[in-house]
Unconditional design. Structure first.
Length: 131
């Protein structure tokens, strides 16, 4: 099952002055009725950053069946921001051995075995080319 889910995301941040803007990340386990502040992200002006939400850490060791994440850009003056490349991973759970094909409960789907086979065949073919 799911053991250590994480939400990873890229964010763009730009403000009138360097360090004047920030990304506030809030999380909810009750469909957005209440939110808890998880982090304040700061990046140099006019640049991309990478953020991670450790779900167990965000909810005091528990893993809710569903979470909601709210991203808010704040700061002095003009602040621009964007979120991109949001990925949910669980490297500590059953999916850690799967190349792809994680299901919602953290187990590896049947396509994971096929993907692993293709990966091995690709490595074998690459090895033959080098020899």
């Amino acid at each position: 099952g799911t053991a250590g889910p994480e939400v990873k995301y890229g964010f763009w941040l730009d403000a009138e002055e360097e360090g004047a803007g920030r990304l506030v990340v809030d999380v909810s386990k009750d469909d957005g009725e209440t939110f808890t502040r998880f982090s304040d992200e700061v990046a140099p002006a006019h640049d991309w950053g990478v953020g991670t939400i450790n779900v167990k850490e965000a909810f005091d060791g528990s893993i809710p069946p569903k979470i909601r994440v709210r991203f808010t850009f704040e700061g002095e003056g003009r602040v621009e921001g964007g979120i991109d490349d949001v990925v949910v991973t669980d490297l500590a759970g059953q999916c850690r051995m799967a190349v792809c094909g994680c299901s919602a409960d953290g187990s590896a789907g049947p396509q994971a075995a096929v993907a692993a086979l293709f990966a091995l065949l690709g490595l074998a073919r690459l090895r033959r080319r080098r020899a």
